[in-house]
Structures are given as structure tokens and as C-alpha cells.
Design a protein around this ligand. Structure first.
Ligand code: SIN
Ligand code: FE2
Length: 238
């Protein structure tokens, strides 16, 4: 995959959000080009490689976040230990324990605030959300999931946030994964979306509450992250 994503120069808003877009402009976007935005719902878009230009800046700040608030295996309300390691940065962090799922301003491991949400990430999420048709997205929470080979995330909806009009912006780093994007009920069929290092997926609006999950991570060796997949999900939680 080329190191440079085309998003600085090319905007491909969903025609639905930009009815004035002329047919000739649309024709410029070759659907076969793997770096072009791919709409996976009316208000859900995969931006392949969108985060690549920021990765060099992102990795050291993520290391600092994890040094302050290490990955841990939280317990579900049912008492099961989650296989995926997680931590947070931002004013609010997603936590799970026997009491349930919720957002907390405090890291229960340290009893301190979560690390600050790095500017490079806020800005990236804001630009990705805007491409998906969500202007002025200001994340206050970033959940950081760490997957190892074999780890999966079962189908769920993200419903712990206050305002469902705000989208979710998901940034994938490291090993590739298959994201399952379902419907508004658990039973509906799921689409499989390949998520690779540097890809950003945004879902909001009518797609905000769609069930989603991640298939078991395949073993591999990523040049920067080894045998890990790191996923950052940015949200307006409070
Ligand atoms: C999530 O649903 O919170 C994470 C999704 C992912 O890891 O891609
Ligand atoms: Fe989720």
C-alpha cells in the first residue's frame, strides 16, 4: 500500500451528502482503487489508509498513553475476563466491571484521570468524521483495544454514549482484522470489512447503532507493531 493516502487532495463525500457533485467528478473515483473511500452504509464509510500520514506521530504518543494507563483485561458484568486488552485516553474512558459498562473520568487502576487525548488523534478523528458527513466532531473519549492472535470481539452495539447523533471513528493499527458490520438486530447478516494498518472506519447517523464485532485475529508479524492489532475508537461519550 502506498505510504501516502490521497485524502489531502481528494474529497469523495457520499453523493447523498453532496447532491451537487457532478457525474464527471464521480467518474474520477475508480471503485477498484483500494485507497478510495468505500461507503459501507448510508452513513458509514471506510477510509483506507487515512491515518497513514499520522502513524509516525501517533505511535510515540500512544506509547506515552500506555505508559500512564497500561492495557488491562477488564471483567464483564457477567464475570468473564475480556481477552482483548484495553485502556483509554481522554476526559472519559470506557470501563467494564461487575457493576456494568460505563464511561468514567478516572482510571480504576490508578484512581487518576485518564491520559490526555493527543491532539494528533483528535484532529485525525475530526477530519475523518467530516469526510463521513459529520462536521465538528469533538471526541472526548478514546478507547484503545489491543488484540493478540486469536482475540475476537463478539457482536455488540455501542450504546454507552450519551448522544447517538455523534459518530464513532475507529482507527486500525498493526495486524489486519476482519470487522463484522451487521444490522440493527443481532440476527441480521453481517458484512465483512477488512481493516488494515492505517484504515479509518466511521459510522454514525442511521448506522450508529449497528451491531459490529471483530473476527479472531490471524497470527502475523506487522513491521511496526509485531503480533498486535491496536484499535482506537474515538467517541463523544459525555
Ligand atoms: C469496538 O467495537 O469497540 C472496536 C472495534 C474494532 O476493534 O475494530
Ligand atoms: Fe464497539
Amino acid at each position: 500500500m502506498p505510504a501516502k493516502a490521497p485524502y489531502h487532495t481528494v474529497h469523495a463525500p457520499c453523493p447523498r451528502h453532496n447532491p451537487s457533485m457532478m457525474q464527471t467528478e464521480l467518474d474520477l473515483f475508480n471503485p477498484q482503487d483500494p485507497l478510495q473511500p468505500q461507503w459501507v452504509g448510508n452513513q458509514a464509510v471506510l477510509l483506507p489508509g487515512f491515518a497513514l500520514p499520522q502513524v509516525q506521530a501517533l505511535l510515540p504518543v500512544l506509547r506515552e498513553v500506555v505508559a500512564q494507563a497500561p492495557f488491562r483485561h477488564m471483567v464483564t458484568p457477567g464475570g468473564l475476563k475480556m481477552a482483548v486488552g484495553l485502556t483509554n485516553c481522554g476526559a472519559l474512558g470506557w470501563v467494564s466491571d461487575r457493576q456494568g459498562y460505563r464511561y468514567s473520568p478516572v482510571d480504576p487502576l490508578s484512581n487518576q484521570s485518564w491520559p490526555v487525548l493527543p491532539e494528533v488523534l483528535l484532529e485525525l478523528a475530526n477530519r475523518a468524521a467530516a469526510l463521513a458527513g459529520f462536521n465538528n466532531f469533538q471526541a472526548d473519549a478514546c478507547l484503545i483495544n489491543c488484540y493478540r492472535p486469536g482475540n475476537r470481539l463478539s457482536l455488540h452495539q455501542d450504546r454507552d454514549e450519551r448522544d447517538f447523533t455523534q459518530p464513532i471513528v475507529s482507527v486500525s493499527l498493526g495486524l489486519p482484522a476482519v470487522f463484522l458490520f451487521g444490522g440493527h438486530t443481532r440476527k441480521e447478516p453481517t458484512q465483512r470489512i477488512g481493516l488494515r494498518h492505517g484504515d479509518v472506519l466511521v459510522w454514525g447517523g442511521e448506522d450508529r447503532l449497528r451491531y459490529h464485532g471483530v473476527l479472531p485475529l490471524k497470527p502475523g508479524a506487522h513491521p511496526l507493531l509485531g503480533n498486535l492489532r491496536i484499535n482506537l475508537t474515538l467517541r463523544k461519550a459525555g
